[in-house]
Every structure is written in structure tokens, then in C-alpha cells.
Design a protein around this ligand. Structure first.
Ligand code: GLN
Length: 484
């Protein structure tokens, strides 16, 4: 018999509706994979019993014809989404025993549509990182690793690895500066960060509120469209959620892209860019050209300021968001002599090194005397970065770039660990998108000589995920990437 976990969501739904397979069978197959693949450290909490109970319910619904759009589809949830009654940790010791009393809006949408949850997935602590190595539960291992254990990317490393190793049909992720796209690229799967405001942030542990967005990580472009249909939508509980209609994203799958203008930002091709990545970039452009698109060169002149801008704004917002974990209002308390010592002990023991670094940077750039020089300046540059995109989109409909300047590296790589800036540099192609609030997808284009996946990024205009989906589908078809 074929392996049921090979099926995409669209294929599974067809078979479920035709009663060729049952939700319990399908869920059991995924649970089996979770057990066989725990060496990847993708899940930090598993909820098999809950999932099987939901699968039985799904079985009834298929039998009596009350099945919903995602009935019986088994998902993994990044452990940053609050799940009612199921431990939610953000992979930080400071809240490692937190059991929410409520469900995040995005996961509630998925449950309402009949999806079931296999468990909570590993991530960088509070989603701060690019390799999943800052998690208090240890790093996720990239399923594509050969002899050396490689990083799965971050911060949604557990989500991308679980999808690649077929430990769930798809997963939720969040993206503040690349955390959906980069792990998707490293693990050879597909993920989309929607336009800021498309998905509600309610019930998602906050990192940097003006940048955070939820989105799906899945086996292919079509599955991302199916999931985004469910995840997106206005929510009164999130004041930055947009009152914009959610089109049926799946209706753009297969649409032709004749005459579509695809922009190649010249600043994304620095002299030292990895040759293999640059070759795949050319190949991707050629695939789109063959499908009828026109390739145009565009300029995003403020690209070189994107990383410094992001690494001022994101830590500033993080330092404010994380102030609540003080052992009094939130967070595991560590007693001390007096209030100051209680704070110090709680935060010293609860937070990891990278989170502390971000809080320090953030507090510094927001402090009197430095606020104008750093935070305010960064906000101004953020606007210039957004203006660059506005200008570029006068000349094209969508942008094509690599997702990451490098391929997956070894867990514990000295260069990355000895200087955090080396890790931050990997975000060079992704952070501008968050600063500008735009939607962007990463999808696999091919393998490196080392047999490791490379991802390509498609960046769309605000609330134009449609163009991303139809372009990505053509690219996917042309690339013909063989999943793990
Ligand atoms: N790697 C980036 C960071 O460390 C992005 C993380 C994210 O998108 N959550 O901040």
C-alpha cells in the first residue's frame, strides 16, 4: 500500500471524500511517522489521543455528510500559538508550563474547519533566531541531514522539519523576519508569510508586533492556498487585523501568468552571492519566462539598510512585549530577597542568551538619549524600504529572489555562534518583506551539490497573495522538485 503520509492535503481530501481512506487511518499514519522520526526533535508536545478522538469525529462527519473543508487533516502547530488546554511554551523556560485557557484565532479557524492537531512544534525561543538552536528544548535536526546534523532553519524549524519528514500534513508557522520562509527553504517545503494583517495575531505569543504574521508551511503551493483560506480573515480581537475580503486562494492555482511582469531586484545579487543559488535564481526566472512571464530588472536601493533596521525595530518591540514575563504578571517565578531580586532571578533563569541579547538591544535603542538616534531613525528607514517596494511594483507585478543566501549549515556551527551578526546576515533576503508588511512565499527550487534544498522567494504587493499563488504554482511545476 502507498504511504498515506506522502499525500498532499488536496489529494487526501479527495480520497477522504471518496471514502478511499479514513481520517483515523490517515492520522494513525502520521502518528507512526512522528514516533519513528523523534530524532529530529520537531515536536515538543504531542497530542495523539486528542488527534485520534478528533479523527473519529471526522469519520462520523464524512459518513453523515457534515464534513468541513479540512475535515480529518492532521496538522502540527508551532508552539507559539496558544492552544486551549494544551501546553504552550514559545520554547522558553520562562513559560514552559503554561497551559492557555483560550485558543488563538488562527488555530480556532483551523479547528472550526475540521483540522486536527498532532502536537506543538519546536521553534527558536520566542521565535528569535534563524536556526532553531535557541529553543530551550534543543535544536531541530534537518531531515535532509547526511552525516552531519544540520539546522532546520528558524524560527519555525519544527514546523518545516515536521512537514518535510511527513510528521504532519502541514503546519502553522509565524514570520517576523523570515521564520516561515527560511526554514521552509532549508527543509525543502513551501511556506507563505501573508500580508501583515491578513491573519489575526490574537493568541500568538508576541515577538515584534508590527512584524509578526502567521502563515502555513506545507508540502506544496496548493496546500498553502487551502490552509491560508482557513487561517486568514478579519478578527476584532486583533486591532491590526485588516478588514479585507479573503478570496479563495485555491482558485488561482493553475491560472496562467502570460504577460505577468516578474521583477528581479538587482541589490539582491551582491558580488559574493553563492554561485549555485545565483544559478537557481536564473533557472527560476527562465521557468517563469517559459510560462509566459516577462522578466524585468528593478531596484530596491535601501536594501542594505534592511538588516540594521530590522535588528533595531524587532528587538525594541520584543523588549516591550517581553516585559510582562517578570514572575509577577507572567512567567515562572524565581523567588529572591525583595522585588528587584525576584525580577532578576526570574528573568536570569527563565530567558536564554539570545532572548536576553534582544531585550538588552531593545531596551537600549528605546532609552532616553538613544531613542532618536536608533529607534526613530530605524522607523524612518523602514518607510524608505517600503517606498522602494512601491516604486518597484510600478514596474512589475511580483518579485523573484532567493530565500536565503546560504544552504543549511551544521548544528553548532562556530561561525554562526561566535558572532550573532553572522546568524543575522542570513536574514538578508527576508526581513525587508516584514518591514514593508508584504506577502512572500518560499518554495523549493532544487538541490545543491551537497544534496540540500534551496528555496526561491516570491514577494507580492500588499494583499495580492493571489499573484503569488498563481506564479508559485507555475514555478513549482517547472522546478519539479522531488519532495523527501
Ligand atoms: N531570524 C530572524 C530573527 O532572528 C527572524 C525570526 C522570525 O521571523 N521570527 O529575528
Amino acid at each position: 500500500m502507498t504511504d498515506l503520509t506522502d499525500l498532499t492535503i488536496s489529494e487526501s481530501l479527495k480520497k477522504l471524500k471518496a471514502k478511499e481512506i479514513s481520517p483515523v487511518e490517515l492520522t494513525t499514519a502520521y502518528i507512526e511517522k512522528m514516533k519513528n522520526n523523534d530524532k529530529y526533535n520537531a515536536y515538543v508536545t504531542t497530542t495523539e489521543d486528542l488527534a485520534l478522538a478528533q479523527a473519529k469525529e471526522a469519520e462520523k462527519r464524512y459518513a453523515n455528510g457534515t464534513n468541513r473543508p479540512l475535515e480529518g487533516i492532521a496538522l502540527g502547530i508551532k508552539d507559539l500559538f496558544c492552544t486551549k488546554g494544551v501546553r504552550t511554551t514559545a520554547c522558553s523556560h520562562i513559560i514552559d508550563n503554561f497551559v492557555p485557557q483560550y485558543e488563538s484565532t488562527v488555530t480556532q479557524h483551523l479547528l472550526d474547519d475540521g483540522a486536527l492537531f498532532l502536537g506543538k512544534l519546536n521553534l527558536d525561543e520566542f521565535a528569535m533566531g534563524g536556526s532553531n538552536e535557541t529553543s530551550c528544548f534543543g535544536p531541530v535536526v534537518n531531515p535532509w541531514s547526511k552525516e552531519t546534523k544540520l539546522v532546520a532553519g528558524g524560527s519555525s524549524g519544527g514546523s518545516a522539519a515536521a512537514v518535510a519528514a511527513k510528521m504532519c500534513a502541514a503546519a502553522t508557522g509565524t514570520d517576523t523576519g523570515g521564520s516561515i520562509r527560511e526554514p521552509a527553504a532549508f527543509c525543502g517545503v513551501t511556506g507563505i508569510k501573508p500580508t501583515y494583517g491578513r491573519c489575526s495575531r490574537y493568541g500568538i505569543v508576541a515577538f515584534a508586533s508590527s512584524l509578526d504574521q502567521a502563515g502555513p508551511i506545507a508540502k506544496d503551493v496548493t496546500d498553502c492556498a487551502i490552509l491560508l483560506n482557513s487561517m486568514a480573515g478579519y478578527d476584532a480581537k486583533d486591532s491590526t487585523s485588516s478588514k479585507v475580503d479573503v478570496p479563495d486562494f485555491t482558485s488561482f492555482i493553475g491560472k496562467d501568468i502570460k504577460g505577468l511582469k516578474v521583477g528581479i531586484p538587482q541589490e539582491y545579487r551582491p558580488d559574493g552571492l553563492n554561485k549555485e543559488i545565483s544559478d537557481y535564481w536564473d533557472k527560476a526566472a527562465q521557468i517563469l519566462k517559459d510560462a509566459g512571464a516577462e522578466i524585468v530588472s528593478v531596484s530596491l536601493p535601501h536594501t542594505k539598510y534592511a538588516l540594521p533596521t530590522y535588528y533595531v525595530i524587532a528587538p525594541a518591540e520584543a523588549s516591550s512585549n517581553l516585559a510582562r514575563y517578570d514572575g509577577v504578571r507572567y512567567g515562572n517565578r524565581k523567588e529572591g530577597n525583595g522585588l528587584d531580586e525576584l525580577y532578576i532571578n526570574t528573568r536570569t533563569e527563565g530567558f536564554g542568551k539570545e532572548v536576553k541579547r534582544r531585550i538588552l538591544i531593545g531596551t537600549y535603542v528605546l532609552s532616553a538619549g538613544y531613542y532618536d538616534a536608533y529607534y526613530l531613525k530605524a522607523q524612518k528607514v523602514r518607510r524608505l524600504i517600503k517606498n522602494d517596494f512601491d516604486e518597484a511594483f510600478k514596474k512589475c507585478d511580483i518579485l523573484l529572489t532567493p530565500t536565503s543566501p546560504i544552504e543549511p549549515f551544521a548544528i553548532g556551527d562556530k561561525k554562526m555562534l561566535e558572532n550573532p551578526i553572522n546568524m543575522y546576515l542570513n536574514d538578508v533576503f527576508t526581513v525587508s518583506v516584514n518591514l514593508a508588511g508584504l506577502p512572500a512565499m518560499s518554495l523549493p527550487i532544487g538541490l545543491s551539490q551537497n544534496g540540500l534544498p534551496f528555496g526561491m522567494q516570491l514577494i507580492g504587493k500588499a494583499f495580492d497573495e493571489e499573484t503569488i499563488f498563481k506564479t508559485a504554482y507555475q514555478l513549482e511545476r517547472g522546478a519539479n522538485f522531488v519532495r523527501m
